[in-house]
Ligand binder design. Structure first.
Ligand code: ADP
Ligand code: MG
Length: 361
């Protein structure tokens, strides 16, 4: 469907130096493929999507779409706009139009449908994303997740051949990510061709036919989810997919700001969709600070989450000790048993600087 050859995009900095965001991007995208584009921020993922749909035309290279060179002079932009939809992080709905009018707008203007035809079709699209009930509402009446579903319906109403998504869930409250991802899963199952820039690794792994790992302005590695996540060729890919999310808290004494630590841990769990672990984490922190480490200040709490293996752990670390705080005299055996019963595993290990107890959740 789409062939991209030697695509490049340069910006001239104010001081006259050249900044090459896209260096030499090459790929083929077949009909029905669902491609997730992952990679560190600032590596040109958004620039790549904006170049493909000519929002920000590339400075070099070729893009063939259904065999036509869309960079050729005179290629009708309207045709591209109709065949290629785009969904942004920030929804971009027309705030002064109702939900239904947001969806009928382009089909009436670009596909020249009558209002009645456009409304019938748009209602069907809104139904598909679960938003038919809100047809007469205004965008300001909707939550972020609802707005994004409307933005997807608006795209679908053009009957595009392919839809580009630029971090469609990044601006959403964590509780609303799921409803948008399930619409994307449904579209994927129906065979819609999609290119999705995303940080949702589990989603990318489940729904994609292929993954592009973008790094340093090129598609650094391209493969099936299994290849990219389990057997990456390049070390940069491996480091990216295996990265571990961390939040670290120093506990200096009994008067540490417990509420702040709790709320930051809560935010961490929400962000990585492990809210179900939050209560257990809270209880462990409580027992550890009041019953195990109550005379062992200062110490460090570290919450870690590996997206790839989906493992959450709470580490309790103390410098300059050689035995496990769980084995210390004066620590109630019953408390230790309770802690063990709350985890999948408790790893006690000495480190170069001291000792670490890892509660694996
Ligand atoms: P990503 O989406 O992977 O985070 P972007 O494509 O947004 O990355 O940006 C890649 C790089 O290009 C960034 O360093 C950004 O500052 C730069 N960039 C993006 N747009 C422009 C622009 N209009 N002018 C100059 N530099 C830009
Ligand atoms: Mg981006």
């Amino acid at each position: 469907m789409i062939t991209i050859k030697h695509l490049s995009k340069r910006y001239i900095n104010p001081d006259g130096t050249v900044f090459e965001v896209l260096k030499d991007v090459n790929c083929e995208i077949g009909s029905g493929e669902v491609i997730s584009i992952i990679g560190p921020s600032g590596t040109g993922k958004s620039t790549f999507l904006r170049a493909i749909n000519l929002l920000d035309p590339p400075t070099g290279g070729e893009i063939l779409f259904d065999g036509e060179n869309i960079l050729a002079k005179g290629y009708p932009l309207n045709r591209l706009r109709q065949k290629m939809g785009m969904v942004f992080q920030s929804f971009n709905l027309f705030e002064h139009l109702s939900i239904l009018d947001n969806v009928t707008f382009a089909p009436m203007k670009l596909r020249h449908l009558s209002r009645q035809e456009a409304e019938e079709e748009s209602m069907a699209m809104l139904r598909k994303v679960g938003m038919a009930e809100k047809a007469n509402a205004m965008p300001s009446d909707l939550s972020g997740g609802q707005k994004q579903r409307v933005a997807i319906a608006r795209c679908l109403a053009m009957h595009p051949e392919v839809i580009l998504f630029d971090e469609p869930t990044s601006a959403l409250d964590p509780t609303m990510v799921g409803e948008v991802l399930s619409v994307l899963r449904q579209l994927a199952a129906e065979g819609m061709t999609m290119l999705i820039v995303t940080h949702e690794m589990k989603f990318a792994r489940d729904v994609s036919t292929r993954i592009f790992f973008m790094n340093e302005g090129i598609i650094y590695e391209d493969g099936t989810p299994q290849q990219i996540f389990e057997n990456p060729v390049h070390s940069a890919t491996k480091a990216f997919v295996q990265r571990i999310r961390k939040a670290v808290f120093e506990v200096d004494g009994p008067d540490y700001d417990m509420l702040s630590v709790r709320s930051q841990m809560d935010a961490f769990c929400n962000k990585y969709h492990i809210a179900s672990k939050n209560e257990t984490i809270s209880s462990i922190v409580d027992l550890v600070t009041t019953k195990v480490m109550s005379t062992a200040y200062p110490f460090t709490l570290r919450l870690t989450y590996s997206e790839l293996s989906d493992i959450t752990a709470l580490d309790v670390m103390k410098e300059n000790i050689e035995t496990s705080p769980l084995q210390t005299d004066g620590v109630d055996r019953q408390v230790v048993e309770t802690l063990r019963s709350m985890c999948k595993e408790v790893v006690e290990e000495s480190t170069t600087r001291g000792f670490r107890v890892k509660f694996v959740l």
